[in-house]
Ligand binder design. Structure first.
Ligand SMILES: [Fe+2]
Length: 289
């Protein structure tokens, strides 16, 4: 256990040094962030390329092959007041859920290492997945830290709402969609329930983003570029009307994927304030019919 923690610390220190060296210039980042007043999303450089993230997703798929009792062993909440703050594995069936999309996902946060270190150390497949997830999480944390430092100049105190607890309130979601029937949506249109979202990678195009239902457009992911956007609850962090939260959905663009075990995967980070209430579904899905 001590060796495992020491190893994690060594990986963490080495990664932080690399991330700091590869940071985007503050001035340039500030200009890009300003674009969010006209556009519901922007693209930002991200340190890890598609292949690296796809490698972590492969490890996630190996995790999904584990017995249920191992997959379900990690189960905690990053904040009790969050509608979607649960950490660990979830399988959401379309038939028994209001969201009508069938998917398996894992929510990662470094709290998992603090609470389940021994379990992780004893399960190689779990460890392999979570160590890779942790590397991506750290890169997200570093980028969000820089973004919030810039916003803090205009909206003092906003950075602390995410970073006033250690580790910060950032949850990394690994997502696998199953698509057994022909249907327009893999994910129905919605605003994310958090405050900010960083969409890191997806297996194929399908994500559509707009300011509302009338201007949704298919987004093309570019390598080493993450999509950054405001989500429904952003005013709990930045109390301003200047920004456009991103209304989005996921559509199946490839008919050949019907009936395949995995129609699509995506890796997304959800960023929120600590101990803020999420908005009700009537707000996050307000344009849904
Ligand atoms: Fe979403």
């Amino acid at each position: 256990m001590i060796l495992f923690v020491t190893l994690q610390k060594a990986i963490y220190d080495a990664l932080c040094n690399i991330l700091r060296e590869q940071k985007m210039d503050d001035h340039l980042l500030k200009e890009r962030l300003n674009e969010l007043k006209q556009s519901p999303y922007i693209k930002l450089p991200f340190i890890y390329d598609h292949n690296f993230i796809a490698g972590a997703v492969d490890s996630f798929f190996n995790f999904l092959d584990l017995p249920q009792e191992i997959k379900n062993f990690i189960d905690l909440k990053v904040s009790p007041r969050h509608r979607r703050g649960e950490l660990g594995f979830r399988h959401r069936h379309s038939a028994d859920d209001i969201y009508s999309d069938d998917k398996e996902f894992f929510h990662f946060h470094p709290l998992i290492f603090q609470n389940y270190g021994e379990f992780i150390e004893q399960n190689q497949v779990v460890s392999d997945f979570l160590v890779k997830a942790n590397k991506i999480w750290l890169a997200v944390d570093e980028l969000i830290d820089q973004i919030m430092r810039i916003y803090d100049q205009t909206f003092p105190g906003c950075k602390a709402k995410i970073f006033n607890q250690d580790p910060s309130h950032i949850v990394l979601r690994f997502l696998k969609y199953s698509w057994k029937n022909s249907s327009e949506y893999l994910a129905k249109p919605h605003f994310d329930s958090g405050s900010l979202t960083l969409a890191l990678a997806e297996s194929s195009p399908g994500l559509r983003i707009g300011s509302g239902p009338d201007d949704l457009q298919i987004i093309t992911h570019e390598d080493k570029q993450a999509l950054f956007f405001f989500s429904s609850n952003y005013k709990k962090i930045i109390n301003s009307d200047e920004f456009l939260p991103a209304w989005h959905d996921v559509v199946q663009t490839d008919d050949n994927q019907i009936g395949k075990p995995c129609s699509r995967w995506a890796v997304v980070a959800f960023i929120d304030g600590n101990n803020v209430e999420s908005l009700p579904r009537s707000e996050t899905h307000k344009y849904s019919k």
